[in-house]
Structures are given as structure tokens and as C-alpha cells.
Design a protein around this ligand. Structure first.
Ligand code: FES
Length: 87
């Protein structure tokens, strides 16, 4: 799922950077380019980072990626204040 439309960054790009050891949200944003235009994606990127870290903490020996993608549409809507994506 594309999370940054300005720079065509996906949730998997963000999750990959967290798994690679990016130490904080600013590092992830700088590395993938998300957030450097309109900035509207920053809350969603931060949500993905938190979720990926929780997955890694729960299963440190596994890849960490949720098989359905790193974030649901409902969670993405909440991050952008659009609750209409939640059933
Ligand atoms: S959507 Fe990411 S900077 Fe605009």
C-alpha cells in the first residue's frame, strides 16, 4: 500500500527500513523520502513504524512483516483522521 503519494513510498518500504535497524522515525523518513513534500503521510509512517517494532518485539526471530501487509486500511484511515475506512 502506498503511504506517501508524493514520493511513492509503500508500507513495506517503511517496514523494511525498521527491520534494517533505522533507529527512529526521523531516520526512516529521511531514508525513504516520505514526508519531505506535503508531510501528510507522516502520521501514517509513524504508525507503521510503531506497528513494525511491536511485531519485531513479539517475534524477534521472524521477519516481522504482517502477512497482510504492515498496516490495515482501517489503521491507515485512523492515522489520517479518516474513520470511514473502518467497518
Ligand atoms: S504524502 Fe508524503 S510527503 Fe506528501
Amino acid at each position: 500500500m502506498i503511504v506517501c503519494h508524493c514520493n511513492h513510498v509503500t508500507d513495506r518500504d517503511v517496514a523494511r527500513l525498521v527491520r534494517a535497524g533505522a533507529p527512529d522515525a526521523d531516520s526512516v523518513l529521511a531514508a525513504c523520502g516520505a514526508g519531505n513534500a506535503c508531510g501528510g503521510c507522516k502520521p501514517l509512517v509513524r504508525l507503521i513504524i510503531e506497528k513494525e517494532r511491536r511485531l519485531r518485539a513479539a517475534s524477534p526471530d521472524e521477519e516481522g512483516l504482517d502477512p497482510q501487509g504492515s498496516i490495515s486500511r482501517c489503521e491507515a484511515g485512523r492515522a489520517s483522521d479518516d474513520e470511514s475506512t473502518c467497518a
